[in-house]
Write a protein that binds this ligand. Structure first.
Ligand SMILES: [Zn+2]
Length: 330
């Protein structure tokens, strides 16, 4: 396999707290011998396990970067057992542009795994993290939110896995995050995801969906910071008690949970996040935008549960995910 040119500018295995970069050579019009400098903090404490913590896998999701920047700034190594490898801005070019996918190569990092050492910028980031950082970790946490086009009930997520012991570890960690909701997730588009790569390496993996709309709120930022601290206590990195105000367990059993827009147009939401949904209930109307006086298309719930995610912009395109219904576990 060709060599990946990414190099960390700080040691990954030294005690203490260090701030540096993953340096990725990137020759381009405005910098002939330039580099992408992806911020990296490594904190080494007393001997113990390793956690790999990432935010901004998608560049328009903000709760993870907030919680991880706060952790990198505030945590002292004396308080830590084990090692934390922190990438607050996993897809740094996308984060700087405020876009979901990288503006350099148009690649969605969370569909680029396992990546390619001689591929595009995003493919190189994926390859480096998958082959050099994930193997070091016992726990991997990847923060997501809805980005500019979706909004979610704040939730930590674990996936349905073939290995039931690994799934139990992941569920216990997601539960320890103590977000208002904890979801058992089956992906609709799992190929190339970081999640699948990390789980394939046998790691304990937690992901989140903490809000959306291309911003954070005071509530969602608090949930992210509290959940991260809870997870680090759960994994033995930090002393203290998990702060658990309670969570609602959710399932997404099948394709019927996902509701796509049947046409383009103006969205009239009829149900808000967290509200109860019954089968056949109208979730949204989509009004025509090219002429006045026409009838809307009505999107009906295919299953019962609660509204767990919704399309965020006021206008939709045909095929956009308009609503996701999750089923509370009784
Ligand atoms: Zn995301």
């Amino acid at each position: 396999m060709p060599d990946n040119p990414i190099r960390p500018t700080i040691p990954l295995d030294a005690p203490g707290k260090r701030h540096g970069f993953l340096k990725l050579p990137h020759s381009r019009n405005d910098s002939a011998w330039g580099a992408q400098m992806i911020p990296l903090t490594v904190i080494g404490g007393a001997p113990g396990p390793t956690a790999l913590l990432t935010g901004a896998n998608h560049g328009d999701e903000y709760e993870g970067p907030i919680a991880l920047q706060a952790l990198a700034h505030e945590l002292e190594p004396g308080a830590l057992t084990g090692r934390l490898i922190i990438l607050p801005f996993f897809n740094h070019p996308a984060f700087q542009a405020g876009t979901r996918v990288s503006p350099i190569d148009g690649v969605n990092l969370n569909r680029a795994f396992p990546g390619a050492p001689d591929g595009s910028v995003t493919q190189k980031i994926a390859d480096y993290v998958a082959r050099q950082l994930v193997p070091l970790a016992d726990l991997v946490v990847d923060f997501h939110s809805g980005g500019k086009t979706l909004d979610f009930l704040p939730q930590a997520c674990a996936h349905v896995l073939d290995d039931s012991a690994q799934q139990a570890r992941c569920v216990a960690a997601a539960r320890a995050f103590a977000a208002p909701y904890t979801l058992m997730l089956r992906e609709i588009d799992a190929a190339g995801m970081y999640d699948s790569e990390v789980e394939g390496q046998g790691k304990t993996f937690v992901t989140t969906e903490l809000g959306g709309g291309g911003t954070a709120t005071a509530r969602s930022a608090r949930i992210a910071r509290r959940g991260l601290r809870n997870l680090l206590i759960h994994a033995g990195h930090l002393p203290g008690e998990i702060e658990d105000p309670g969570t609602v367990m959710l399932d997404m059993p099948g394709d019927e949970c996902y509701h796509a827009a049947p046409c383009s147009g103006l969205v009239e939401p009829l149900v808000d996040l967290g509200e109860a949904v019954h089968r056949g209930m109208a979730l949204a109307r989509i009004w025509p935008v090219e002429r006045s006086g026409g009838a809307p298309e009505t999107v009906l719930a295919q299953t019962e549960g609660i509204l767990a995610a919704r399309h965020f912009p006021g206008l939709t395109q045909i095929g956009d995910t308009l609503a996701v219904v999750a089923v509370p576990r009784r």
